[in-house]
Design a binder for this molecule. Structure first.
Ligand SMILES: [Ca+2]
Length: 249
């Protein structure tokens, strides 16, 4: 009997113990859930913070991209588009001079195709010639031809139009020629008494003159007794004629 009572008591104790332990388990589980929720919330807040930071970063990135797009637009304007914009008066051209002052050229100075015939001034009327790599850098330059002054030469790149050579009238008629494997800009004065000169300049892609020479003849007394020269050297008439034939084609 005693054993039976002991067993029952043990059973009760075990049951109570289980209940108690169960109760404890519930409490601890609830606490665990609460902690878990708190942790999750914290994680969510952290994630949202990260997200906000990411959005801010993306905004910055977008601004950077926008700025870069504007820059790219300027860079991506093709030489043809730049020259067209100049001819249509949308942008001005910088005139390359030997001085330090800034000189600009406005296409409204010129007369283009479509000018009424009665308004045409031969000093101002220009025609658009085929583009040529005038500075020997592999990219073409653009030319406006005038009957009296000769060529106006434009380099169009990096969002800018630069007029680097132009005619100065009959004492400096401007044209280009291919000589000795390169293109050269020529200024000539060949229609006056007493002298005839050809001044050649070879440009590089930075519009710097990398080579130049002058040749011609002088006859200041106009007595038919000409002195032929190339730079400081005297040359023969035949040498002059041969050189001229190579330059003026
Ligand atoms: Ca070129």
């Amino acid at each position: 009997m005693k054993k039976g009572i002991v067993k029952r008591e043990l059973c009760v104790l075990i049951s109570v113990g289980m209940l108690t332990s169960c109760g404890k388990a519930d409490v601890s589980t609830n606490t665990g859930i609460t902690q878990e929720v708190a942790t999750k919330e914290a994680t969510t807040i952290e994630a949202k913070k990260d997200e906000a930071t990411t959005i801010e970063a993306k905004k910055d990135e977008a601004t950077t991209i926008e700025v870069k797009t504007d820059e790219a637009k300027a860079d991506e304007t093709t030489p043809e588009e730049l020259f067209k914009a100049f001819c249509e008066g949308e942008i001005t051209a910088e005139v390359k001079t030997t001085g330090s002052e800034e000189v600009t050229m406005d296409a409204s100075f010129f007369q283009f195709l479509g000018t009424p015939e009665e308004e045409i001034d031969p000093n101002l009327y220009v025609t658009i010639a085929d583009p040529v790599d005038l500075d020997n850098d592999g990219e073409v330059e653009f030319i406006l031809e005038n009957e009296i002054y000769g060529d106006n030469c434009f380099d169009c790149k990096d969002g800018e139009v630069v007029c680097f050579a132009q005619g100065e009238g009959t004492t400096g008629y401007c044209f280009y020629t291919n000589y000795d494997g390169a293109n050269w800009i020529v200024h000539s004065d060949s229609t006056h008494e007493g002298r005839c000169t050809y001044n050649l300049e070879k440009y590089d892609g930075n519009l710097e003159v990398v080579d130049s020479f002058t040749f011609g003849w002088e006859d200041w007394d106009d007595d038919g007794n000409k002195r032929y020269y190339k730079d400081a050297q005297d040359i023969t008439e035949e040498e002059f004629e041969a050189l001229k034939a190579e330059i003026v084609k």
